[in-house]
Design a protein around this ligand. Structure first.
Ligand code: NAD
Length: 365
């Protein structure tokens, strides 16, 4: 298969972790005889330095002309004095908006080898494997009217959804739940909010098309508690923009480090893939960043843009094997680990495990 990928590595640790993710994609393509092509483009602080703007037109054109966009991270302390609209992060918001993805997928999972890294007790998180499907283009963050009236000392935002906006993201969640363990938890606040009542009614209507998926509804406050008490009860969690923003960050603690969390935003003109973490200026340039978030993001690209499910699973298995064998970057090391690896050494370990995994699969060339 052919896939043209725009690579916006960005700032700080972005280029360091992106290099490891691309190495993984190249190996998968080589093994399967796939024609993946890559085009580097600038974003964030790197783009301000080179072109005076955090999202140059060439980057936008390249992104919109590709099959998928892989983004490392954006943000640099060097530009802290600039107004928000001119800072590196403005480039990130602008590219997300231009690509138009409405379904933000964020897995939150417990890896047995990292059980001691989570602040939650190992027996609570064991086996937790959740996929958040967060609506990304609607709700309070975009609804109008919105205003801070400085004369009357009032401010207001509007939570607004149309049935169509709910239906399209719910459909993504139902499809994904059908391919996983067949359970969908739709999170709302239908005891208080009309928007949530429409949300719930729409999800119930759609559920008739997906008889194999078991649907439950949960209020957002209860869900926040259950995520910490009994995370294993969840498979796919579908929710609106604000609730999803908060809950997916909360669930990130299950994994034990920000550095291992991937994400994908799908449904728009071009899918956008980015690890959850930022540019980590405190560790950038030292070669110690954890590349696992970026590598698992590459697995999401294989799954959602390339349709290569077996290869995506091979990458995920390779990450598990490396962790099981004791490989740790500094953020994961707990003092008792023998091997604290650099970014590229962790990449090497995952790469070796991936090569072994791929050899178990039939080769197409
Ligand atoms: P951050 O995610 O960059 O870092 C938070 C902490 O986690 C730091 O201590 C960092 O060293 C650590 N960390 C993050 N990723 C890691 C990795 N892969 N391996 C090891 N340790 C890792 O968040 P922050 O410090 O709040 O923000 C730094 C910059 O990144 C800011 O400019 C912010 O605006 C930007 N940011 C960008 C994105 C993005 O590009 N998607 C997301 C969040 C923050």
């Amino acid at each position: 298969m052919k896939l043209h990928i725009t690579v916006v590595a960005g700032d700080g640790i972005g280029p360091e972790v992106t290099a490891e993710a691309l190495r993984i994609l190249r190996t998968v393509a080589e093994h399967g005889g796939h024609a993946f092509t890559y085009q580097d483009a600038l974003i964030g602080g790197a783009a301000i330095d080179a072109a005076g703007t955090p999202l140059p037109q060439e980057t936008l054109d390249a992104a919109l002309g590709s099959d998928a966009v892989f983004l490392g991270a954006v943000g640099s302390n060097k530009f802290n004095a600039l107004p928000p609209g001119e800072r590196p992060e403005a480039g990130l918001l602008a590219i997300r908006a231009a690509l138009g993805g409405f379904a933000n997928l964020r897995p939150a999972f417990a890896h047995p080898a990292l059980a001691q890294n989570s602040p939650l007790r190992p027996e609570v998180i064991a086996g937790a494997d959740i996929l958040f499907v967060r609506e990304l283009l609607g709700g309070l963050y975009f609804g109008r009217p919105r205003e801070w009236n400085r004369e009357t000392h009032e401010a207001w935002n509007t939570m607004r959804y149309t049935r169509g906006e709910i239906e399209r993201v719910a459909r993504v969640a139902f499809e994904l739940a059908g391919k996983r363990r067949g359970k969908l938890t739709s999170v709302d606040k239908a005891n208080v909010l009309e928007v949530s009542q429409l949300w719930r009614a729409t999800v119930n209507e759609l559920a008739k098309e997906y008889p194999a998926v078991a649907v439950e509804h949960e209020f957002v406050d209860a869900c926040a508690m259950h995520l910490m008490n009994t995370p294993r009860r969840f498979d796919v969690i579908l929710t609106e923009n604000l609730f999803g923003d908060i809950l997916s960050d909360e669930a990130g603690v299950i994994a034990g480090s920000l550095g291992v969390l991937p994400s994908a935003t799908i449904g728009g003109k071009v899918n956008l893939y980015e690890p959850v973490h930022g540019s980590a200026p405190d560790i950038a340039g030292h070669g110690i960043a954890n590349p696992i978030g970026a590598i698992l993001t590459a697995a999401m690209l294989l799954r959602h843009s390339a349709g290569l499910e077996a290869e995506a699973q091979a990458v995920e298995t390779a990450v598990r094997s490396a962790l099981d064998s004791g490989a740790r970057t500094k953020d994961l090391a707990r003092g008792d680990d023998a091997q604290v690896l650099s970014t590229s050494e962790m990449g090497d370990r995952i790469h070796q495990a991936l090569t072994a995994e791929l050899q178990k699969q039939p080769q197409t060339v």
